[in-house]
Design a protein around this ligand. Structure first.
Ligand code: SF4
Length: 331
């Protein structure tokens, strides 16, 4: 008797673009249409190679530092947010700015400012060197201490243990963050929590879906870039949920066929900065190797959208007004 091997794909939902990334990418495209190329963008607008390369082809220029932008140009700040000092640098360089910081990152910035004004010590849970953490820390450098995981807790010191609050980066692993918080609470029993979740809805939902599929999948493929925090977290969450192996790929051609040895169920998902076309290419690659059955693993519904950055909305409205007036006068 010949054994038949059933091969299937579990496809996570939700996956891919979150509202903050969608808004930031559309903001660059609209800015290019509205003002013409080049539009300078400080840091990668979102952490995805494909998105960055596509926007570069359309006329966006990505820079690491504000000083690299020629005076009088337009510069956009990425979805990860920037410290107030970066706004000051832009003003000094006579740059017109468009701020594409995700509103959920801005929310954390505002919490940091509020708690700093009330003279709290703020323990910011996040990854050292990540752009979002640099931006949030810059709001209140004298009040914020970075805590990069449970291993950092021992060395954390505060001025007054009765006046301490924790905040976090938006794209962390929910479970690991709670581990860090528990360790912090043991050390500082009066530690207070942020008024609402700092880890954003998109990060939480993508992790939830991966947890559900990870328990059943032999292999999980996460589409995303290595510098994308939320994508890297999805790989970790998949392994913790029980997947035998989990890998991060930017493109389908990075998948090693050997990963499929002995595998009958493959989980597929993508980080919050990944366009769906890249997932479709992975599904095609798998279908070509007998993984044609695709089942959706749905963990949540998402319907959040954010309006474009205010500077862009203002100019688009002004242009629409001029067009209307032009139509009337020609009328
Ligand atoms: S991952 Fe969350 S915080 Fe980051 S851009 Fe998307 S919605 Fe905003």
């Amino acid at each position: 008797m010949t054994a038949t091997t059933s091969r299937r794909v579990l496809l996570a939902a939700p996956r891919g673009y979150c509202a903050g990334v969608d808004r930031a990418v559309i903001a660059v495209e609209k800015a290019l249409e509205q003002y013409g190329a080049p539009i300078y963008v400080r840091h990668e607008i979102v952490h995805n190679k494909y998105v960055v390369q596509t926007l570069e082809r359309k006329g966006a220029i990505f820079v690491e530092q504000t000083e690299e932008v020629p005076p009088g140009s337009i510069v956009m700040f990425s979805a990860h947010g920037v410290a107030p000092v970066v706004h000051e640098e832009a003003a000094k360089g006579r740059l017109a700015t468009i701020d594409a910081t995700c509103p959920l990152v801005t929310k954390v910035h505002k919490e940091a400012v509020r708690f700093a004004n009330e003279d709290y010590d703020i323990l910011l849970i996040g990854h050292e060197g990540h752009e979002e953490v640099i931006g949030t820390s810059g709001e209140a450098p004298d009040h914020i201490t970075l805590v990069d995981g449970p291993g950092d807790v021992e060395k954390v010191e505060v001025r007054d243990p009765s006046k301490v609050v924790w905040l976090s980066q938006t794209t962390l692993s929910v479970d690991e963050t709670m581990e860090t918080v528990d360790a912090l609470k043991e050390k500082f029993p009066l530690l207070i929590s942020p008024p609402s979740d700092d880890i954003c809805y998109a990060t939480q939902n993508r992790q939830l879906a991966v947890k559900q599929m990870g328990a059943e999948a032999d292999l999980v493929i996460v589409v995303g870039s290595r510098n994308s925090s939320n994508s890297v977290r999805l790989v970790e969450v998949a392994k913790l949920a029980g997947a035998r192996a989990a890998y991060l790929v930017d493109f389908a051609d990075e998948i090693d066929p050997a990963w499929l040895d002995g595998v009958s169920t493959v989980g597929v998902t993508s980080g919050a900065s990944v366009p769906e076309v890249l997932v479709e290419q992975v599904l095609e690659w798998l279908a070509g190797r007998g993984f044609e059955d695709v089942e959706i693993v749905k963990a949540a519904e998402e319907s959040i959208t954010f309006s474009l950055p205010k500077e862009l909305r203002r100019d688009l409205r002004a242009e629409a007004g001029e067009l209307m007036r032009g139509d009337t006068s020609e009328g």
